[in-house]
Design a protein around this ligand. Structure first.
Ligand code: A2P
Length: 327
């Protein structure tokens, strides 16, 4: 990732490679090899989170590959992790980060994100539930959590801090009390959820946007049988054919060309490789627009829980749930 166009510049001068490897849903027994392969073909950005329950195995890959005498020097690598909803209490923030560092076998993170604006019941159970199956919420405000995250920067434990799944009002709310400004917003983003207003808002406020589920997350739980399938979209398939690229490469190219970072998840070597090969072609302005016109504000990722044998939105009852606003 040497060319100017292959990374985004964060407000503090840090360079974040525009293509990273996602690890959400990457299973134990697969994620270590996926990361080692990704690093061997040139990836320098790995996206992690406590909630993915695989950071210890990610750390095994880093232990073998990252270091002065190994295939990647630490300073060449950009690693992100995320503070989970059960660790929003200010006293829990540093221990949670240290647990991630310990698992990842790293001394510092390049970026630490608050995974969601809303909190769950404090403790070590990632998904604390009430007897009826609903989530046990907590009501610590994200502004308090943010102040604790700022201290991690002062201590040199993380280079940048940022937000994930926050809406525009919540971003401004954080900025209003921040001594360390959020550098990145990570949200679901792809042509069916183009996020144009939110991206413009972030750019105006100096945040870079990272798109999660840029391929429409075909391997996620809770799929609707009649939902639109992004990788099967006619315009995407046609453009892929025109450029002799795959539909996935088209989806990723559209994002990096508009300076949105992407973190496609894969545990398949051929896909890991092709997802990184998106800097050797470019789309015309009209093609960029026609892909953007596919927007239908379609959200694939709405976490669910089973209540009375039926799936219900897991977090929608929380007062800080982010997706009740238009953007
Ligand atoms: P796999 O991990 O088995 O290779 P997202 O990043 O949007 O969540 O999408 C991840 C899903 O997309 C996974 O099921 C992954 O499969 C699949 N995937 C990743 N890269 C490609 C690709 N280039 N073509 C088709 N499917 C892909």
């Amino acid at each position: 990732m040497s060319s100017e166009s292959n990374y985004a510049l964060l407000h503090n001068g840090q360079k974040m490679p525009l293509v990273g490897l996602g690890t959400w849903k990457s299973e134990a027994g697969q994620v270590k090899d996926a990361i080692k392969y990704a690093l061997s073909v040139g990836y320098r950005h790995i996206d992690c989170a406590t909630a993915y329950s695989n950071e210890a195995e990610v750390g095994e890959a880093f232990l073998e590959t990252v270091g002065d005498d190994k295939i990647v020097k630490r300073e060449e690598l950009f690693v992100t992790s995320k503070l989970w909803n059960t660790k929003h209490h200010p006293e829990d923030v540093e221990p949670a980060l240290k647990k991630s560092l310990d698992d990842l076998k790293l001394d510092f993170l390049d970026l630490y994100l608050m995974h969601w604006p809303h909190a769950f019941k404090r403790g070590d159970n990632l998904f604390p539930k009430n007897p009826d199956g609903t989530m046990r919420y907590d009501y610590i405000h994200y502004k308090e959590t943010w102040k604790a995250m700022e201290k991690l920067v002062a201590k040199g434990l993380v280079k940048s801090i940022g937000l994930s799944n926050f809406n525009s009002h919540q971003i401004d709310d954080v900025i209003s009390i921040a001594s360390v400004k959020p550098a990145v917003l990570q949200v679901e983003c792809h042509p069916y959820l183009a996020q144009n207003e939110l991206i413009a808002h972030c750019n105006h406020r100096g945040l870079v946007v990272t798109a999660y589920s840029p391929l429409g997350s075909p391997d996620r739980m809770w799929k609707h049988p009649d939902e639109p399938v992004l990788l099967e979209e006619t315009i995407i398939k046609k453009l892929a054919e025109k450029y002799s690229k795959s539909p996935a490469q088209l989806l990723l190219r559209w994002q990096v060309q508009r300076k949105v970072a992407v973190i496609p998840k894969s545990v398949t070597p051929a896909r890991i490789l092709q997802n990184f090969q998106v800097f050797d072609f470019s789309l015309t302005e009209e093609e960029m627009r026609s892909i953007g016109n596919l927007n239908k504000n379609w959200r694939y990722i709405v976490p669910m829980v089973m209540v009375d044998g039926k799936p219900v939105a897991r977090d929608a009852g929380h007062p800080l749930y982010p997706f009740n606003e238009p953007y």
